[in-house]
Design a protein around this ligand. Sequence first.
Ligand code: GLC
Length: 557
Amino acid sequence: MKDINVLNRAWWKEGVIYQIYPRSFKDTTGNGIGDLQGIIQKLDYIASLGVTMVWLNPIYESPNDDNGYDISDYRAIMSEFGTMEDFSELLEGLHERNIKFIMDVVVNHSSDEHEWFKQSRSSRDNPYRDYYHWWPAEKGKPNHRWSFFDENSDAWKYDAQTNAYYLHYFSQKQPDLNWENPKVRQEVYNIMKFWADKGVDGFRLDAFQFVSKDIEFPPFPEGYDDNIPSVIKYHGMGPHIHHYLREMYNEVLSKYDVFAVSEGAGSTLDDAHSIVDEDRNELQMVYHFEGTDLVSSLDKCTLKDFKASFTKWETSFENKGWISMYLSNHDQSRVVNRFGSDNPKFKDYSAKMLNTFILSMRGTPYAYYGDELGMTNIGFTEIEQYKDIAAINGYKKAASDGENLNQYLKKLNLLSRDNGRTPMQWDASNHAGFSKETPWLPVHENHTTVNVANQEVDQNSVLHHFKKMVALRKDNLVFVYGKYKIIQKEHPTVYAYSRTLDKQKMIILLNFSETVSSINLLNLVQCKEVLINNYDHLTIEKNTATLQPYQAVILKF
Ligand code: GLC
């Protein structure tokens, strides 16, 4: 068993990240869009959660084709969000409260309105031409490449100005940067240094699996299909990714007390280890998609698959490397709808149960704004209600492919990203205290009951449970570094596991179902204390614990 003195401790392993979608947190200017001053106003609230890091989705200047993931100036703040002075005030306010700040870095692509791209597209011999991937049209049409947000899923866009195609794995307004070009990489490192010099504490590298790719763009092998694992395999994780990451480590990360986490790069166990194991000197953390991908259709995932996936990742990073622990973010719908239940009878219990889960596993936990309240899907039914390019263009594609559009709308209703982007629910007033004017996305009608003001005064609220879990994790390193062991992995409704460090042992019991479920544990009578319980009672008879629907308990031994 591990001894606490030999642990490779780090602040970014022991912290809890709170992710804020700035557009939806708090609007102070009355334009219906959240802003940096809004986050500043809520700093005491954020600190009251006990979280130690804040990650903001991109706040750079952007035409907002993909809500800030299309950047037109990496050294400026989006005017809708505020100014560089606001940014400095926010950073200072966070640091005063001992909260670190993580910057989203979107450098697989820029906006087509970035000066680099404007130059690049202007002529074939422009010095910026090689900042992007161009395919001269006289060579014929380039081989198929898949695009996430294009309505034809075609990643090549013809540009008449120079009679050439450019590559965009995401929308047409998000051209891919050419990482083979050392000048591009230097630009990126300089941008990161610019923000590190301002005092940011970490970076989240967006869509980083795609920076290294085969730029000969050969045809795909027979049988290739546009499913996500193949997309990643054939469009990204190219031969130079480790070279780029090490270069970034040497040029930037090793020079500051910062950490970096990549999205996508590291989405298989082997890839992840090859990036985050300490002797690699690349990144400190990755996050994989396996957990969230368990719900990517209308079918609910089975608890068996859920346990298998999290156990695999948890165990693999026991001795080396580090991962993130999350079930939701801005690319997902609300966690309660996917892994719990939004039935009013179970909603709060399941929200608390899911928060107990992410805060008692090893990897650094990410809490997405609103999940501390148990916010739920807005559940749009008409395509006109959506704002997200992924939903809108996905629908157009489904229509042109002749797919069943009712079925597609049902899928969006459960899974679309807009579900997870509705305004933060501060109170029961009009617009939920988010804004004085009509918000850019409607607030959920349940804001009259599900809101911060209500939950702050209710000791039984999802919010109080969340704070209790954060405090418990911070006070007990066993949740961070302790050995994880699954218990009765075949149990159909209960996810049970232990965490052990030195003499400390915790057993976590989570009922993932709407039915009362029992589990028999040999040493239950030796339990010293019930540290967490989302019900006011727990039935233990001899060695059997009987859990109510979505009951979550942490037992100390
Ligand atoms: C990442 C982001 C997502 C964005 C995409 C393109 O997956 O998380 O929100 O749309 O990259 O930048």
